[in-house]
Write a protein that binds this ligand. Structure first.
Ligand SMILES: [Fe+2]
Ligand SMILES: [Fe+2]
Length: 281
């Protein structure tokens, strides 16, 4: 792994982002998280770090393809569930990279910002490890199936603006995961795959925390720049061509993740199937 540290845990995070081997990356994230927590590694918030080539570090496989080339999977067959678990592992692998990128890239934030995003990276590494272990139970490993090529895209588009990053990665992409999780979990449970369904429970619980962190820093940045959060979100979603939000929404999880009642009511307006914003999904 590249040693870029210079005594700064943000540079360590960049070194881990460059790591191409997924299990090594997951393990290194958790080790750095423990070192920062124990005071053995420290943040240097003002340091501006130059972007190296080769971001993000990722393995030669999976083959990355356009989303429309990925087939739909039946939950009834083992193969179908392995393909689903692989797709989820790919999302988690990308989520490790997205969280590490927030740590190294954006200088001048409070130390708590870096603590939060390193904690997110460590939890994404845990999710990736859980899914990899479950995939192994089906005789497969991460890399065995093709995967979505677009997950790093929003990270690149928002590389120059921490406010846009907070608006569009945790508050948009990760928040969509809150909506997507319960139906996937239900399909796994229905197929009798309780072990995989239990992993989805862990992921949903932690992801509420990630979106909450995104909301906290989005509001913090809005406050500092004296921007109105609702209008600012709509402006950024438009400017950066964020994916359009579509229901059904997981209102309970979104409320727990810090979206306010005005935001939930606006979502309810997009989703005719949920007239009552507090009904949940
Ligand atoms: Fe995750
Ligand atoms: Fe996450």
């Amino acid at each position: 792994m590249a040693d870029l540290s210079g005594g700064c845990a943000r540079s360590d995070a960049l070194g881990i982002l460059l790591e191409t081997d997924p299990p090594a990356k997951a393990q290194a994230v958790q080790a750095l998280h423990a070192r920062v927590r124990d005071g053995a590694a420290r943040w240097n918030p003002p340091r501006v770090i130059d972007e190296p080539t080769g971001l993000p570090g990722r393995p030669a496989r999976p083959e990355l393809v356009e989303p429309r080339k990925l087939g739909r999977r039946s939950m009834q067959s083992e193969q179908g569930r392995a393909v689903l678990l692989h797709a989820l592992a790919h999302i988690e692998f990308n989520a490790i990279n997205l969280a590490l990128d927030a740590v190294w890239r954006f200088a001048g934030m409070p130390a708590a910002f870096y603590d939060d995003w390193l904690k997110v990276a460590a939890e994404e590494a845990h999710h990736f490890s859980l899914l990899s272990a479950r995939l192994a139970g089906f005789g497969h490993a991460y890399g065995d199936f093709p995967a979505h090529d677009g997950l790093w895209d929003m990270c690149e588009r928002t590389r120059g603006d921490v406010l846009a990053r907070m608006a569009l990665v945790p508050r948009t992409l990760e928040a969509r995961g809150l909506d997507a999780s319960p139906p996937i979990r239900a399909r796994l449970q229905q197929a009798g795959d309780h072990a995989s369904a239990a992993i989805l429970d862990v992921i949903l619980r932690d992801e509420i925390g990630h979106v909450l962190i995104g909301n906290r820093w989005f509001r913090y940045l809005c406050e500092h720049a004296q921007l109105e959060p609702h209008e600012t979100y709509l402006r950024l979603a438009d400017e950066y061509r964020a994916p359009r939000l579509r229901g059904p929404f997981n209102f309970d999880a979104r409320r727990a993740a810090g979206f306010d009642e005005a935001e939930l009511a606006a979502l309810a307006g997009l989703d005719p199937s949920t007239a009552q914003p507090d009904r949940g999904v």
